[in-house]
Structure formats: structure tokens, C-alpha cells
Design a protein. Sequence first.
Length: 458
Amino acid sequence: MKRILVLGAGQSSPYLIRYLLDGAEDNGWFVTVGDRDIRLAKSRVGDHAWGEAIRLDINDTHMLSAQIRAADMVVNFLPAKFLSLIGRDCVHNETSMVSVSYRNADIRAIHRDARRQGVLLLCEMGLDPGLDLMSAMTMIHRVQHDGGIIESFESYGGGVAAPDGDDNPLRYVITWNPRNVVMSGEAGAQFLNQGRIKIVPWHHVFDRTWMIDVDGVGPMEGYPNRDSISYRETFGLKDVKTLIRGTLRYPGWSETWQQIVHLGLPNEHLRIPGLKDRTWKEIVAMFLPRDVAAQAPIEQRVANYLKVSPTGSIIRNLTWLGLFSDKPTGCKGETVTDALVELLEDKLQLLPDSRDLVVLYHRIHARYPEQNDRTEVITSTFTLEGEPGGLTAMARTVGQPAAVAAKLLLAGEFPLTGCHIPTLPAIYKPILRELEKDGLKFREKVLPSPPENGPFNG
């Protein structure tokens, strides 16, 4: 029997755990789910004969190491800050790992140690990163095999409300870590656009968006993620002139969130005394300058400060979110970010009869020098809706790639050791084959002529 240790039982884990438990008897697996919230872990495992739930505190290094030592495989669904700790423990205990977190510098540093120990640390195995990388590399390698030069590559992903389930004006639902939603964009962004490096500071990420017509979905807004330029090496695109990795949202989200950023609310460092007893109306007023008409209603004062209409969509959205409420926040934390996280979890929760939608979209402009410089645009689109009152599309698309990778790794299908991400054919081809059997498939279109410009002019 092979033992699988799943670290983390949060929002993205249900499909992964169900997949592993469903295959446990046939494959001879025993699945242990560890989380600091034992009730949550137990709810994921239930009374399954081939699984167990344990309380596991990641800071209890002795227990963590003992559990990793006893496992044949670790699947890590804990926050990215724990990746290095878990990865090093896996190498020390000669246990391979699949993780959804980005491969960072610390985990890269133990690549040689992992190879010496005969261990595979497979990172970026979720949705984004993960499924997006594998589908992108399929397109890139095919174009290169056919003699093409990729001059423009754009890749976008997002999780939003399903079109028929727009039960809030922002058309967005929380299906993953809400803190990441609140702090998204905090690192700013840089990308290549028509051969030029473009840099977007944190306070402008959400007002430098562009429209993308996504096949089967319609118009969506894209904005850039962090450092797209580093993917020139990751994707092997030395000749690329435009290179962007970005996020997709429905129109209206970005203009509203940009004003929340402008107010200064996403802040993990400012601690507000007595936060749980303060109202959002009080908190927002703290962020306004002294000279903003102190006697006017808070909505008018905020509109004046942001230079927006007091009766327009932005103020309506901020009102709907509850940022002008007279009720105490009841926040368990100390920072404004803590309060925002709790607010979004409440206001943007997925209602029982609603569904979420996951979207991935790639666009390549390729030129073929040996075919009279023929050019083409290739688009690849993936969409999946969640189950009403059941599993979210986000949980499935994060969990299933990791689960399939774990299954194949345990079966000896990956002839690799060290620290890797799924950009190698030996990794992404068998995983995508398995996912396609289960209906997770991209739709491609080829157009004869490229767009004249990049995603936006500037």
C-alpha cells in the first residue's frame, strides 16, 4: 500500500481529496489529510475506509517530518510561504511532492539535493499556475516544431461568477484564498508589449486594463500579473516581442477595485485599535484627507476624494459591498486587510444555487519564415462551470491536475528527479491526456492574420 499525505484541506482541496479517495482502493493508496482545522479535514475525508484526517500544525516540525517520512507521496495545498519548508523536509525524507505553489528561489536551490536523493518536487500543478502552463507549452512546442517563430504570446486566467449566476453587481465570487484577492496586484506588474518593457506600479494595476473577447464567454477585462518577462525563459520564447500573463475579470470589477486601492484599504501593516467594534463607515473615513467635506455624507466625501460620480456605478458597488455600513465589522484580526477579507467572504460568497466559472485563454501570433513569412493567430480557450450547490470549478481545476500528477508519479510515469514545473513534454503530455479523458479540454482556433497591435497602445 502506498501512503499519500495531503497537506491542507482548504477551499481548493475538495476535488483533489475526492479524486484520491475514489481511486484509493483500486490503486492501493491510503490517503491522510492533514490540516490545523481537524473538523475541516474530517469533513473532506468523511468515513472513507481508505482515508483518515489528522490535525497537523505546520509549525510542529517534528510531527510534519514524521508524517512526511511515513508517506510515499506528499501533495501540498498549503500557502506558498510553506513550500520551502515542506520541500526540504521531503528531500530529507526521500519523499516526492506535488504542489500547486509557484516554484520560488528557495525551492530551486534544492534542485540538486532532490536529484541526489532521487526525489521529484513537482511545483505549479494547479490551475494557474499549472493547467495554463501545460496548455501553453502544448501550443508553443507545436508552433516551434512546425518551424514557427512566436512573436506574441498572451495568457490569461480567472475565476468569476457563471454568466447565469450573476447574483452580485461585481459578478465575482470567492472560490479561493480571499486574502490573495484583497492583496492581488500588490507587487505591481511588468511585461513586454511590442518589444518594449512596460511597468505597472501597484497603485495602477487595476486601471490599466484592456478588453479581451473570450470565445464562448464574451468581453472580459485583462490586467497583467507580476513579472511576465521572466516567462520568456520559462517558455523558451527568445524572439517574442509581446509577452503577457494576466488575470481575467468581467467589466466593472477592475474600476471598482482600483478605487478601493486608491483609498488605501488593502494594507496588511496598518493596525487599527478596536477594529472589531468599528464600522466600515468609520474605517473608510480614516483614510480620507482632513479637507474632504467632513460634514457631508460618507458616500459624497468618498466620491469627492475619488473624483467619481456620487450616484455612479463605483459608489453603488462600494455601497453594496458594505464599505459605508454603520454596523461594527466584528473583525477577528487587526488590519484593514483582515477586515476586507472577512467582508469579501460574506458579500462575495457563492450562494447555494449559484455556480462559478473558470476561464483560461491563450493567444499566439506566429510567423513561419520558411513558408513565405506566413503569419497566423492561434487562440486556445478553456471554460468550466461549477456544480450548483456542489463542487466549484475552481476546486476541480486546481485539484484535478495535482491529483492526476500524483497518480502518475506514484505509478512511475515521470522519469525525472529534482525540482520541476510542468513545461516539459514528459510531464504535461500524460497529464493533459488524462484530463482530456475527463472532459477538461481546450478549444483552439486559427486565424489567418495577426492583430496590428499588442493588447493596448502604449
